[in-house]
Structures are given as structure tokens and as C-alpha cells.
Design a protein around this ligand. Structure first.
Ligand code: ADP
Length: 674
């Protein structure tokens, strides 16, 4: 991470203090990954090894490499909240090639070049992986290392066992570090068991910035019910609330080589078990000790190179060999690449990989020398068929798409759209090339969190039977809390969104005065681009009592808006799936959406002849069409309330749970491991 990048420090391991203690007590858990091949080294992996490895990293080289990358990019790179759009990123490329870059002889397997076409893999290898293997592996794994890890845990600090999830949690906090088999499907599923490692950069409730966080939480849980054994691997960000941090159990640690010059980094594994899902947090203060999960590409590129490799190394270390490794978005996209290059000789190689695109806009693009340096990946992956784009940049997502066995995205429509120039974010040709392994599976919502009948954040709970009455009370209380004119007859439109260009907010801001007719109120909740934030603030001032702009991230307020609004606006320019319209429907709030991606797949437009449908839609990205859709909804609300109410109940009745989606993922896993 450039900012802390003095060579000395980066070549040193930077465990959190807790982990240091444990590690120091147990040399035996040190796993040396000198060449990036992390066999089950560890056991006698001497302490000396890391030291040696460290030395390897020529101090200045690193420093140089780091500095270089950042040096000129910053200007361009800065606006990327999480990551950029390749288009933008590419200009940043400083033509220079870091001195460091040149000597990074890939050290790797020569023959490996062939795997570039990842799709296939030794047919033989595949077969053996499956079900029993993982199950078996699980039990054995612990036997060796864990044994060590076990004793370490207590050494550090009294570990508290997760209270909410005691049942399947590590039975003994200090001891059985083995992720126990998740409870077998509760009568739900009799299909063969599969083990799945989810790798991604955020997960509710630990850290969430958007829909990815919801999916990383809800899908594993739903998969447990589909007879899957799921482990979720996440970065251990400092911003994870203490209530979770304190319940994590130390699982072990080791040193891992990362960069092209073999620099070695600490990898700690902290575990937390909840609801049948095992969460393993990759601990490294240098990479994850900052505030937010995403900062800027200059920091994020090294961070997620490290994370991708450390996630695999951690699986290896724990000897937990899953049938499937399911990677999410660009932050985990190097996982399939590492798996088919530097980990090809490890047990993990039997695993199949699924790469899910939650949002194609974010791809992790930077100049080749920087990514080559930090990832330590062999030269041959930097070709136009894999990581390289525009001949000078490396695109981490593209690498993942290339090497994954299957690509999924979060709705069938988006799966089609991203193969077109308009939605393809410059990867459309690549996706068309790989279209044979591209699928779309729509997201669901977690009914444990999103259920108006039990949601403790609501003013008043309701269900399909009493929604018409109780929703009014939620509306009135919402108006009261937000300082809006309190009148149950007003038509309240909610908008809960990141305030970015993707979300169609330029359409909204351009027609807002026409929407505000005295009978309509608009409640905005979101953060993002300063321009949108200010515009909504302005409208709040200009239309006091009728517009409320909550420029913040607030879960409770979100729940209350879903419950109190009559309609929810989602006019996105593109929308891979979209969760807000799903939540809205489940809360009896009628969605007004643009027909794109998952919005198109989940919201059936109202048909006044048959009185069917779930919401109001428009197709082309034009303000006039959005206004028209809003006006149709309003007219319907004010002039045909009986039918409106029917729609509200129809929406609440719609099955939006994760069950269907999880079943489709399970089928995909079975197909891959058959
Ligand atoms: P994206 O992932 O593109 O941001 P999604 O619709 O897939 O959009 O998911 C957005 C999720 O984030 C939803 O759960 C929504 O309720 C939540 N959310 C978005 N903005 C806020 C906010 N300001 N406060 C609370 N929750 C928010």
C-alpha cells in the first residue's frame, strides 16, 4: 500500500497484535509460500524462511515499484470510489515500466501457459474433487495445523464464542477450529453435498457498501439449506464492528510471498461461525488496517492482489479443499488466475471456479507493470486473451473471467446486456467470446432481515393481511420523523441508492419539480457524488415539507422508507440486478423502474387490461419517460386505489427469497463437479 510503502515495512509482516502473539507462539503454523506455491508447507516451515523471503525483496525495488504506479495515476485514479471503469483507467497508464517489473521472472510453471484457456482442466482431476472429498478433508484438516492453531487462540486473548451462533460455531472457542459441517439441509434438499468457498470483499453485517454485501451474506446462508458446506473468505477490515471482531477466533497464520520480487507478507486467519456459515477473515493490518474497505485504486490494487492470493493460501493452509471456489467481483477476480498458475500444484487445483459479476463497471484496471509486480503472476497471463486490455493495462476482472470455469452475473437480462457495446464496459467482446460459460441468476432478498412482519426497525409491523392499514401508520410516522407534511393522502416516493451516475439520478433531478405537485413527496436516502448530494439538498430546501434528502448511509432509515413509502424509484442507467426494488415489493411499496438488467427481470409492468403486474416501468433512458412512468403510477394511486392496493398485496405475495436463486447456484455447482 503505497502510503506505507517503505520497503522495510512492506517486506515485514504486519499482523494485528492479536495475531502476532499467537503466531509467535507457534512456529509450526508458519507456512512458507516462497514461490507462491503454498503446499502444505507450513509444518516445519521455519521461521527463517520468512526472514529469508523478506530479504529477497530488495528494499528499493519495492519502494520504487510502488511509487511508480501511484506517481502519475493518482490524478485519474482518484475519483474511483471502489474501482474504475477501464475507459477511465486506461489513460492513467504511465508508459513507464517500473524497474521492478522487468525482473519479475514469473518463476512459474512453464507448461502452465496452456491453462490460459482455463475452461478445461484435467477431466480426471475434476471427478475426484466432489462431495466426499471436501467433507473428508474437513475433518482431517484440523488434525495437523489446527492443532497448533488451537493452542494459540487462548494465548492471545480470551476469545468469546459467537453468541448468536453457538450451535454450529466452534464448539470450543479455543479448540476445535474445524469449521463444522453445516447443518444438513433441513429437509429441503437431498441433492449431493458440495463445499463452496465464497471469496469477496464485503459481506453484511461485517462490512457492506451495496448489494454485494447483501449477496455475500444471504446466498451462503441459502446455500447451506441447499446442502452446501460454505466458507466465506473476507478481508478483516479494521472497520468491522467490534462486536464481531471480538468473537473471531484465531485460526492460524503464515507468511506468503506476493510480489514479483518475492516479498513476503503476513497472513492471519480469524474465524467466526454464524448460521451454519463459516467466515474466515484474512488478517493483515498493512492492507486492511485503513478505514474504509475501498479507498482508491492505488491502494486497492495491491490490497486485492494480496487478498486473492491470501484467500487461496488460507484454504490451503487450513487444508479445506472446496469443490467450488466462488469469486465475487474484481476484488476476488485474481483467484481463478492464481489457482490455475501458482496454485496449480496444490490440492486446491481440483476446485472449480465460478466468477460472479455483480457490477461490470468496476474491473480493477491498472497499468500492467503495477499489477504484474504486486500480483507476482507470470508474464504469460498478461496477454490480450487474459488480463491485458488496450495493450498496456491489466484488468483483474478480465483475468478472472478468462480463467473461471463459469461466469455468472446477477440477472439473465444483464448477462445478455453486458455482451453489447452499450453495457459491456469495454469487455463486451471478451464476454461474447466466453458467452458459452456465462449465466444469469437473479438475486433474492433475505427474509430474515427483510420482513415487514418482524422487522424491528419499523414503526409498526405488518403483513399482507393488514398492510393497507398499517402501511399508512408507517407513512405517517416517516413523515413525522423526516419533517414532511403529515398527510396519509400524499403520494410518497422513496429513493434509496448510491448517488452515482449509474442510478439514473440525472433523470430524477431533471424532472423533480414536475413531480412535486403538492400531492407528492419525495424521500431520498443515499450518499455518493457530491453533485447529486448537493442537488438533493437544494431540493429539500426548495420544497420544504415535500422533499427530504437524507445524505447518509443509514440502515434503519432505509427500512423505514421501504415501509413508509408508496412507491420506490429505481431509474437506473444500468442495473445488474438491483435489490431495492425487490425489498420494496416485499414491503408492499410499488417499484417504478427502468427496464434494464435485473429490474426488467423482476418487475413485471402493470397491465391495466388484465390488472396484472408489480410496478411501473419505462424503457429508454429519457427524463420524459421517467416522468410518464411516475405520472402513471400517481394516476393509478389517486384514481384507482382499489387496484393499487391489489398491486401492493401482489407485490408482497411475490416470492423474492433466495431459495430459488440458491437452488440454481447449487445446480450450477453440481453441473461443474459432476
Ligand atoms: P448497488 O449494489 O448497486 O448499490 P443494490 O440495489 O443492489 O445497489 O443494493 C443496494 C443495497 O444497499 C440495498 O440493500 C439498499 O437498501 C442499501 N442501501 C443503499 N444506499 C443506502 C443508504 N444510504 N443507507 C442504507 N442502505 C442503503
Amino acid at each position: 500500500m503505497p502510503k506505507k510503502n517503505d520497503a522495510a515495512s512492506s517486506s515485514k509482516r504486519k499482523p494485528s497484535s492479536k495475531a502476532i502473539v499467537a503466531e509467535d507462539n507457534h512456529e509450526t503454523t508458519e507456512t512458507s509460500a516462497v514461490t507462491g506455491r503454498i503446499e502444505e508447507v507450513g509444518k516445519e516451515g521455519a521461521k527463517t524462511e520468512p526472514a529469508a523471503a523478506k530479504k529477497k525483496a530488495p528494499a528499493k525495488k519495492t519502494a520504487a515499484a510502488k511509487k511508480k504506479a501511484p506517481a502519475e495515476k493518482p490524478a485519474a485514479a482518484k475519483e474511483e470510489v471502489p474501482a474504475e471503469k477501464p475507459a477511465a483507467a486506461k489513460e492513467e497508464v504511465p508508459a513507464e515500466k517500473p524497474a521492478a517489473a522487468k525482473e519479475e521472472v514469473p518463476a512459474e510453471k512453464p507448461a502452465a501457459a496452456k491453462e490460459e484457456i482455463p475452461a478445461e482442466k484435467p477431466a480426471a482431476a475434476k471427478k475426484k474433487a466432489p462431495a466426499k472429498k471436501s467433507a473428508a478433508a474437513k475433518e482431517e484438516a484440523p488434525a495437523e495445523k489446527p492443532a497448533a492453531a488451537k493452542e494459540e487462540a487462548p494465548a492471545e486473548k480470551p476469545v468469546t464464542v459467537p453468541e448468536e451462533a453457538p450451535v454450529e460455531g466452534p464448539a470450543d472457542a479455543a479448540g476445535t477450529d474445524v469449521p463444522q459441517e453445516a447443518a444438513p439441509a433441513e429437509g429441503h434438499d437431498t441433492s449431493p453435498r458440495r463445499s463452496v468457498a465464497f471469496i469477496g470483499s464485503e459481506c453484511y453485517p461485517f462490512v457492506k457498501t451495496g448489494g454485494l454485501g447483501d449477496v455475500m451474506y444471504a446466498l451462503p446462508k441459502a446455500l447451506v439449506k441447499q446442502n452446501c458446506d460454505v466458507k466465506v473468505i473476507l478481508p478483516r477490515y479494521r472497520c468491522i464492528p467490534w462486536e464481531y471482531q471480538q468473537k473471531m477466533i484465531y485460526r492460524g497464520s503464515f507468511q506468503m510471498d506476493l510480489c514479483a520480487d518475492g516479498k513476503s507478507f503476513y497472513v492471519g486467519i480469524m474465524e467466526y461461525v454464524w448460521d451454519g456459515v463459516v467466515y474466515d477473515f484474512i488478517d493483515n493490518e498493512e492492507f486492511f488496517g485503513g478505514g474504509d474497505p475501498y479507498t482508491n485504486l492505488i491502494d486497492d490494487i495491491p490490497k486485492y492482489c494480496y487478498f486473492a492470493k491470501a484467500a487461496l493460501a488460507a484454504l490451503n493452509y487450513m487444508d479445506w479443499i472446496p469443490d467450488i471456489i466462488h469469486c465475487h467481483d474484481w476484488q476476488a477476480a485474481l483467484v481463478p488466475v492464481y489457482l490455475r498458475t501458482q496454485f496449480v500444484d496444490t490440492k486446491l487445483t481440483t476446485a472449480k471456479t465460478v466468477m460472479t459479476i455483480h457490477n461490470l463497471r468496476f474491473q480493477g484496471v491498472y497499468n500492467i507493470p503495477t499489477i504484474r509486480y504486486w500480483s507476482g503472476l507470470p508474464d504469460y497471463v498478461f496477454n490480450m486473451g487474459a488480463l491485458t486490455v488496450k495493450y498496456r493495462d491489466a484488468n483483474m476482472l478480465k483475468g478472472g473471467l478468462t480463467y473461471a470455469n463459469i461466469i455468472t452475473t446477477v440477472s439473465p437480462s444483464y448477462a445478455g446486456e453486458i455482451q453489447s457495446d452499450y453495457y459491456g464496459e469495454t469487455l463486451d467482446a471478451h464476454l461474447r467470446y466466453h458467452s458459452g460459460k456465462l449465466r444469469g441468476i437473479v438475486n433474492g432478498i433475505d427474509y430474515d432481515i427483510w420482513d415487514p412482519d418482524t422487522d424491528s426497525r419499523l414503526y409498526e409491523n405488518y403483513n399482507i393481511a393488514n398492510v393497507l392499514e398499517r402501511k399508512k401508520e408507517n407513512k405517517r410516522r416517516l413523515q413525522e420523523e423526516l419533517g414532511l407534511v403529515q398527510d396519509e393522502h400524499k403520494f410518497v416516493i422513496g429513493l434509496i441508492s448510491r448517488l452515482t451516475n449509474q442510478k439514473g439520478l440525472d433523470l430524477v433531478t431533471s424532472i423533480l419539480p414536475q413531480v412535486l405537485d403538492g400531492n407528492t413527496q419525495v424521500v431520498v436516502l443515499g450518499t455518493g457524488d457530491r453533485g447529486y448530494e448537493d442537488t438533493f439538498r437544494y431540493y429539500e430546501q426548495a420544497y420544504k415539507g415535500y422533499v427530504c434528502s437524507n445524505i447518509m448511509y443509514d440502515e434503519t432509515r432505509a427500512h423505514r422508507i421501504y415501509a413508509g413509502a408508496d412507491a420506490l424509484l429505481v431509474p437506473s442507467r444500468f442495473e445488474p440486478c438491483g435489490l431495492t426494488q425487490l425489498i420494496a415489493m416485499h414491503y408492499g411499496t410499488v417499484p417504478i423502474v427502468r427496464e434494464t438488467g435485473g429490474l426488467k427481470d423482476t418487475v413485471e409492468p402493470y397491465n391495466r387490461f388484465f390488472n396484472t403486474g408489480n410496478g411501473f416501468t419505462f424503457d429508454r433512458y429519457e427524463p420524459g419517460l421517467l416522468l410518464d412512468a411516475i405520472n402513471r403510477a400517481k394516476t393509478f394511486y389517486f384514481e384507482n386505489r382499489w387496484c393499487w392496493d391489489e398491486m401492493v398485496q401482489r407485490d408482497m405475495d411475490k416470492n423474492l427469497s433466495w431459495e430459488n436463486s440458491a437452488r440454481q447456484y447449487k445446480e450450477l455447482y453440481l453441473e461443474l463437479t459432476r
